[in-house]
Write a protein that binds this ligand. Structure first.
Ligand SMILES: C[S@@+](CC[C@H](N)C(=O)[O-])C[C@H]1O[C@@H](n2cnc3c(N)ncnc32)[C@H](O)[C@@H]1O
Length: 294
């Protein structure tokens, strides 16, 4: 494989991306050309949302092509375009052969939820102190345990102790990680729902791989009342879902919400106030966990 390297201002990233796409680039990445220097610029965004900007003031664009001829041809075509003004061709270079599977795997280490509860990819041995383990590999659906919102929900589950007497609803299940976590802590009657069919399928497969029983489906599979309702979505959908989620919480049951930034606590409290009194019960990296008892 060969890669074509360019420098470009932020205003040219979108058009360059489209052109490289039309030139059959296999992949395109954009990095801050000033990364690791004093001029490095942070771009802040929320997970699941488009990036706030297409690139940096000085972006390094790297496009991969199957062979050298295709990369050089793309360089020639691009540099002849009017829009290329202000961009710079850095060069074409061969990409050294990599063991991509090993490289990807090395980026996912076991994640500690509590000293005794771990999320462990299948290519790792669980740590010796682990008493409860979810085996999970990164896949199509969100939820590997590496995001603070997922970790806070799992910590809540671990802190809740024995869930055997409770029906549990995981609303927005992604990989099914929270539902599987609830099963590991004793829950046997679990519904895991998501608007994304790929997440539903992923939840089924991950539950099988972890030898736990749960029912995965689209949101209308959530029926009746539950002792625990978990929803790790984002603040805006959580506000819309307030009446629906609260109606699923049984008397004396718990509602556990994540995907909320610290500055969004009050708007969530206001949206849920007609049904339940939410309070902040955990926080990590600017994200908060909000919970309520019915
Ligand atoms: C941030 S992921 C959380 C996944 C997992 N529960 C976790 O804690 O890691 C949010 C999930 O909610 C789903 N989702 C978003 N809006 C939804 C809605 N209105 N109803 C049901 N699921 C929704 C998304 O498809 C996604 O899989």
């Amino acid at each position: 494989m060969f890669e074509l390297r360019l420098l470009a201002p932020e205003t040219k990233i979108e058009i360059l991306g489209e052109a490289l796409d039309a030139l059959d680039a296999l992949s395109i990445s954009v990095e801050d050309a000033d990364a690791q220097t004093e001029a490095e610029q942070a771009l802040f965004g929320e997970p699941g949302m488009p990036p706030p900007k297409a690139g940096w003031e000085r972006s390094r664009v790297i496009a991969q092509f199957p062979d050298e001829a295709a990369a050089r041809e793309a360089a020639l075509v691009l540099s002849a375009q009017d829009f290329f003004e202000g961009c710079e061709l850095v060069g074409v270079a061969e990409v050294p052969e990599q063991d991509w599977v090993r490289l990807t795997q090395s980026q996912f280490a076991p994640v500690e939820i509590t000293p005794e509860f771990w999320i462990v990819p299948t290519w790792h041995e669980p740590p010796s102190a682990a008493r409860q383990v979810i085996r999970l590999d990164p896949g199509l659906a969100f939820g590997t345990g590496t995001h603070p919102t997922t970790r806070m929900c799992l910590r809540w589950i671990a802190g809740a102790g024995d869930l055997s007497g409770h029906r549990v609803l995981d609303y927005g299940c992604g990989s099914g990680i929270l539902a599987i976590g609830a099963a590991k802590f004793g829950a046997t009657d679990i519904d895991a729902v998501d608007i994304d069919e790929a997440a539903v399928e992923s939840t089924r497969l991950n539950a099988q791989a972890n030898h736990v029983q749960l029912k995965a489906g689209l949101p209308d599979a959530a029926r009746g009342q539950y002792g625990v309702v978990l929803a790790n979505i984002l603040a805006t959908p959580l506000k819309v879902l307030a009446p629906l989620l609260c109606q699923h919480v049984a008397a004396g049951g718990s509602l556990v919400l994540a995907g909320i930034l610290e500055r969004q606590a009050q708007e969530l409290q206001e949206a849920y106030a007609p049904y339940l009194a939410l309070s902040v019960s955990d926080s990590e990296d600017g994200w908060i966990l909000m919970t309520a008892r019915a």
